[in-house]
Each structure stands twice: as structure tokens, then as C-alpha cells.
Design a protein around this ligand. Sequence first.
Ligand code: AMP
Length: 436
Amino acid sequence: MSLEPTFRNIRGTFDILPQDGRSEGAHDMPSRAWQHVEQVVREVLERFNFREIRTPILEPTELIARGVGQLTDIVSKEMFAFRRGDTNYVLRPEVTAPVMRAYLQHRLDQQGAVQKLYYIGPCFRAENPQKGRYRQFHQFGVELIGAETPEADAEVIAAMMAVYEAFGLKNLRLRINTLGDAESRPRYREALRAYLQPLADRLTPTSRQRLETNPLRILDTKDERERRLLEGAPRIIDFVDEKGRAHYEAVKAHLQALGIAFEEDPFLVRGLDYYTHTTFELESPDLGAQSALAGGGRYDLLAMDLGHDAPVPAVGFAAGIERLFIALQAQGYAFPEEPPLDAYLVSLGEEAMRRALVEAQALRRAGLRVDLDLKGRSMKAQMREANRQQARYAVIMGERELAEGRAVVRDMQSGQQQEVPLDELADFLKGAVRVS
Ligand code: AMP
């Protein structure tokens, strides 16, 4: 192979390779670590009786524009969208709007009072790539659709926390807030705008722009000077009606009953437009600037944004898998080792190589993990390969052994060898692997 490849993966994306070790353009955890993380996520969420939904990567652009909101960063700046024929396509930047689309389209409301759905898969945002922020990244999350109770909010938060607990992650910080409903939001927005307008020349250019378009997003600011300006700003909670407050109080009480520690943050708004009532975000100190592991909230109005004729109560969370990896690595998480290869078949000569192919099939059918030489290399090179692959046994098949219907089985650790009849090989290896 030439040294400089003609093509490289796109900046902000990465390959997930089977082997450990760093390579530019590859994720620093191997695919088996990804499989492990996905498996733990599935196990935990299925314990809560969430069931998997898989929606397409491609969605109509309009779905995301209306669902996530025209004025959000995601829709205004970060969509990978293109047109083909009469259709506008987008690579999904998140999965909540697609899941709600699927729920409405397939009339999942008729499949039971409450739908508890989870997903795992890639999302795409044209952001500036940096540690913890990619253009193709992976999310898992849940959507609990059909229940408006504060218990539903608590159930979703509990499921989210249970995933991180299963990984033993420490020092997590859960912040929660309420955003009120469709009536209180506009009133609050105006009050906030009125408060900030006289301070406009002290705001950053981004915030000054948001003052016109989406003033709530200014509350998200990381700029210290702006944070100080916001200290005297009106609080959302003072605009939330009694029912909304009771909902929020109940969510907090449930979290306490569940032993889930949280902090209230009156400035937590999150970057997506569809949230009402409860919002929350989970942070880890191990993540640096991109500190959010996961976030979510209630989005009862999303269904109507998507053209449905009535609100559909729903609450969910979305979590970044790459960020989970960063936190796991920082806390020294022990990822499972690769399961060892049971046997490597070493064959000498063309006839032996053909026989090895057939023997390998028989051993695999018997449930063993087996590989063999496919290049016709020297005996020495094949033994080196068996070693490199950390095979427990090398099964050596030369012309003479085959003529006698036998193979030499070498224990790669002790170096002990013995001859085994070919028709007993599977049983022998299965027994030996079980013992070792
Ligand atoms: P959001 O839908 O923006 O709240 O994202 C939910 C979670 O997905 C965040 O808390 C992050 O963990 C993760 N996430 C969002 N955007 C990115 C990105 N560009 N790269 C990596 N992870 C991301």
C-alpha cells in the first residue's frame, strides 16, 4: 500500500476499528467497546420496558425544521441537508422529531396507552469539530409518549441515571428546570427581552442577535460577563401557572423519592425549541468544555408542530455515546477484553489448506472461535500469526498428519503438543477450551 492514502474520512467523523490503539480519523475505542456500551444501554433501558425503535437516517428536512425549530442552531446552521428531485432530505441531527413522526404515522397510540421507545444510532450536525463535538456522532435515548404525569418525567430521568449508574460513573451533575407551557413561554420571553434590551450593548454579538430571535437561548450563555448581567433577570418559574408549578414540584418530589440528586437551574433552557415544562441536563466534570452527557425534557407540543391536531404528551432524553466514552476513559472504566480465539489452523501445503477450510467450518459449527491461514504462508509465519492472535491452540495440519486422519494440537501457552484424530478434534477442543 502507498503511504499517503488518496481518501480520508471527513473531518468530524471517524472510523470505529476492531483494534485498540490510536490512528488519526479513527475513534480511540475499538468496536468491541462500542458493542459493550450499546449492550449495557440496551439491557438497562429494556429493564425499564423501553423497546427499540429504528428510524431512517434520512428524513424530510421540513420535519426537522418544524420539529426542532427554525431558529435553533441545529436548523439554522448545522443541518446536512440536500435536495434531490422534488424532495428535501436531511441527515437526522437528532431523533426525537423522527420518533414522534413515526409515532403519529403508525398510530402507535393505538398500540397501548403509553409507548416507551428507545433508540441507538448516528446523528449528524455540521458543527465545528473538537473534542466531544463531532459531525457524525452517536446518540442513545428514550421517548415516553402518551403520559402527561410527573411520574413519566421521573421515569425517564430514572432510566437515564440508571444507564450511567450501570457504568459506575461518578460525580455526575443533574440540573433541572421548568420552561412552563405554550402560554407562559411567550410572556416570559417578552419579560426577558424587556430586561435585556437596555443591556443590549453589553451583550455578545450572538446574544444580541438572539435577543431578537430567541432570547431564551441567551440564558444558556457561558460568557461570565453575560452571566452576571443575567443575575437580575426575571425567572421562568414566576411566569409558570399553578398547574405547571405543581407538575414541577411533583417531579422534584419523585426524584427525591428515587434517591436521584439534582440541582435546580432556572437558566437551563436547552437548544431545542420543542421543550415545555420539565427540562434537564446531565453533566460530567470529566468532559471539559463540552460538559453535557445527556439532556432532555417534556415536549407535549411537538406533535402539533408536526401537524397533529392535538398535543401528545411526551418526555424523553438523548445522550451522546462519544461523551460517555470520554467520561468512562477518564474514570478508568475496565472495558471487557476481546474473547480469545480458540484455535488457529496451521496448514502446510495446498491440500492441507483445503482441508483446513473444511475443518474450520466443522469447528465453528461446534461453537468454537476459529481462524486459519488464507495466504499459504510458511509454517513459521502461521505460528507467529497464531501467537499474534492469541489463539489458545494451534492446530497443525501437515500432509503426513492428514494422511493419517490426525492433526497436532499445540497449547500455545504451555507449548505442549498432542496428536488428535480429526473426527475428535471438535470435542477435544471444546473440552480443552472449557477447562483452560
Ligand atoms: P442535544 O440533542 O443537543 O441535547 O444532544 C444530546 C446529547 O448528544 C448531548 O448531551 C451530547 O452528549 C450529545 N451531542 C450533541 N451534539 C453532539 C456532537 N456534535 N458531538 C458529540 N456529541 C453530541
